[in-house]
Design a protein. Structure first.
Length: 452
C-alpha cells in the first residue's frame, strides 16, 4: 500500500494512490502517542535552533501599493503647505519628500530658522545637510544632529542622531567620531548606520581585528542585520581567514536561483516579460540616478509596487510565495547567524533598475533587507554572447575594503542575467554589476524582504 505526500511536501494531508483506495485504519493509541512524541521532538529541535524561542513560519507580504510617485506627491504637498504654512504635519511631510527627491537645499531652506522642530524634522535637516557634501554643510550637520539628540525621547532615536553626528565627524576627520559611534551602539546595538560607520573606521585605520571584535560582540547581543554580518565577512577576509569568511557569508547555501514560468493567463514568459518591460519603461516615476545609491548612469523607479505597475505587482506576489517556501526550507536545514535572527514577518519592498550600455552598480549590500533578490525582465542580446563579465552581476568582496589579495583569494561568483531569471540571496552579500556595452537595455526588478 503506497502513500504520497500532498502538494507542498508538508506533514499535513496525504492521499492514497491506486485504483481501489480505502480509508486507512485508525491509528492505535500507542501509535498516536509515538507520533505525538515525534512532533514534540521536532518542536524541541526547532526551539533549540532558534536559541530558545519557538520557531514559527515567516510570512511575507507586499508593501502597500502607492497611488502617486514621490514627485507627484511632492507637488501636491508643496501646494497644500503653501495654503497652510502653519501645519507642522505638512511641513514634516514636505521635508521628507524633498529629501526623497534629492532636493536637499530646499529641505534646509524649508526648516531653517524654525523654532518648533521635532525630532523627525531635525533628522531630516541633518540628512539633507550631509547630502550636500560641503565642508560648511557638514559642520552644520553636527549642530543639527545635536539638536535631534536633544529632542529625542528614546534611546533608539538618540542613537540615530549620534550615528549621523559620527558620519559628519568622520567626514571632517574628527578623532571623536569613534567615541560618538560607540556611544550610539551602546544606546542601540541594532543601529545599522553606527555599525557600518564604525566598521568602516576600523578598516580605514587598518584595524580589521577591531572590526571583527565589534561584529562578534553585536552578534552575541542578538544583532543580525546585513551590516554587521557583512562587517564580519570583511574583517575575516582582511585578516586572511578566507575559509571562515566564506562560511560567514554562506551565499551558496542561502541563495536560490530559479527560472520562472509565466504567470497564469500568459501564453509564454516572453510575452509577460515584454508587457512588463513596456509597463516599467512607461512608469511616471522613472528617473535618472539617485543620491546615495550604488547605481551609476542608471534609470530607476523607486517603488515598483504601485498602481502604475499591476504586472510588477503580479510578479512580486508570486516571488513572495516562492520566498516564503525558500525561507521555510532554510529555517529547517541551515544553521547560520542570518537564520538565527529570522524575522517572523517580512515586507517586500521593490524598485526597478534600467541600464543602458554604460550603466552599472558599484559594490554594495542591502542595508535595510534581510533577504534580497532580483528578477531580470530584459537583457540585450550581447550579454548572452559575452565571454567576459560584461552585463553580469558579481558576488565577492570590494577590493578597497579588504585589499586586492584578500578579494582575489575570497573569489568572485559571476551570474549571467537572462530574461526570466530570478535570484534570492542574503542581504549581507556584497555584489556589483558590470556595464553591458551593448545596444538595448537591461531591465531588472530588484527587491528586499525587510523585517516588518
Amino acid at each position: 500500500m503506497r502513500w504520497r505526500r500532498g502538494q507542498g511536501g508538508g506533514v499535513g494531508r496525504r492521499r492514497r494512490i491506486g485504483l481501489f483506495a480505502r480509508r486507512p485504519l485508525r491509528r492505535s493509541r500507542g501509535r498516536r502517542r509515538c507520533a505525538a512524541r515525534a512532533r514534540l521532538n521536532r518542536s524541541m529541535s526547532s526551539f533549540s535552533r532558534a536559541g530558545g524561542a519557538l520557531m514559527t513560519a515567516t510570512t511575507i507580504r507586499l508593501e502597500t501599493a502607492k497611488r502617486l510617485t514621490a514627485r507627484q506627491e511632492l507637488e501636491l504637498t508643496r501646494a497644500a503647505h503653501a495654503r497652510n504654512a502653519a501645519s507642522r504635519e505638512l511641513r514634516r511631510r514636505l521635508a521628507w519628500l524633498l529629501n526623497a527627491c534629492d532636493r536637499y537645499s530646499e529641505t534646509v531652506a524649508l526648516l531653517a530658522g524654525a523654532a518648533d522642530l521635532d525630532f523627525g524634522e531635525a533628522m531630516l535637516r541633518t540628512n539633507a545637510l550631509l547630502a550636500l557634501e560641503t565642508h560648511e554643510a557638514t559642520r552644520e550637520a553636527i549642530v543639527s544632529a545635536d539638536c535631534a539628540f536633544a529632542l529625542a525621547d528614546a534611546d533608539r532615536r538618540r542613537a540615530a542622531a549620534l550615528a549621523d553626528r559620527g558620519k559628519a565627524e568622520m567626514r571632517l576627520g574628527d578623532v571623536r567620531a569613534e567615541r560618538t559611534l560607540r556611544e550610539a551602539l551602546a544606546l542601540d546595538p541594532h543601529n545599522k548606520d553606527a555599525c557600518k560607520r564604525l566598521a568602516a573606521l576600523c578598516f580605514s585605520t587598518r584595524e580589521p581585528g577591531a572590526a571583527l571584535a565589534l561584529a562578534e560582540a553585536l552578534v552575541a547581543q542578538g544583532v543580525g542585520h546585513s551590516r554587521v554580518l557583512a562587517a564580519q565577512v570583511l574583517a575575516l577576509a582582511r585578516l586572511g581567514r578566507i575559509e571562515e569568511a566564506r562560511e560567514a557569508e554562506a551565499r551558496e547555501r542561502l541563495q536560490l536561483v530559479s527560472r520562472l514560468s509565466p504567470p497564469p493567463g500568459w501564453a509564454s514568459r516572453q510575452a509577460f516579460d515584454a508587457a512588463l518591460a513596456a509597463e516599467l519603461v512607461a512608469h511616471p516615476g522613472l528617473h535618472l540616478e539617485r543620491y546615495g545609491s550604488a547605481s551609476h548612469r542608471t534609470w530607476r523607479i523607486d517603488s515598483t509596487i504601485s498602481h502604475f505597475a499591476p504586472l510588477a505587482q503580479q510578479l512580486l506576489a508570486r516571488i513572495a510565495t516562492i520566498a516564503e517556501r525558500h525561507v521555510a526550507t532554510l529555517a529547517a536545514a541551515v544553521d547560520h547567524a542570518m537564520i538565527r535572527v529570522r524575522p517572523p514577518e517580512l515586507v517586500l519592498h521593490s524598485w526597478c533598475v534600467i541600464t543602458d550600455e554604460d550603466g552599472y552598480e558599484t559594490w554594495h549590500v542591502h542595508q535595510h533587507g534581510w533577504l534580497s533578490g532580483v528578477y531580470y525582465v530584459a537583457t540585450p542580446p550581447g550579454i548572452a554572447e559575452a565571454r567576459d563579465e560584461r552585463g553580469h552581476i558579481a558576488f565577492g568582496l570590494p577590493e578597497d575594503l579588504v585589499g586586492e589579495e584578500a578579494a582575489r583569494a575570497f573569489g568572485s561568483g559571476l551570474v549571467r542575467p537572462e530574461p526570466g531569471l530570478m535570484m534570492l540571496f542574503p542581504a549581507h552579500c556584497y555584489h556589483r554589476t558590470y556595464p553591458h556595452r551593448a545596444s538595448g537595455r537591461r531591465i531588472c526588478v530588484a527587491f528586499d524582504f525587510r523585517p516588518a
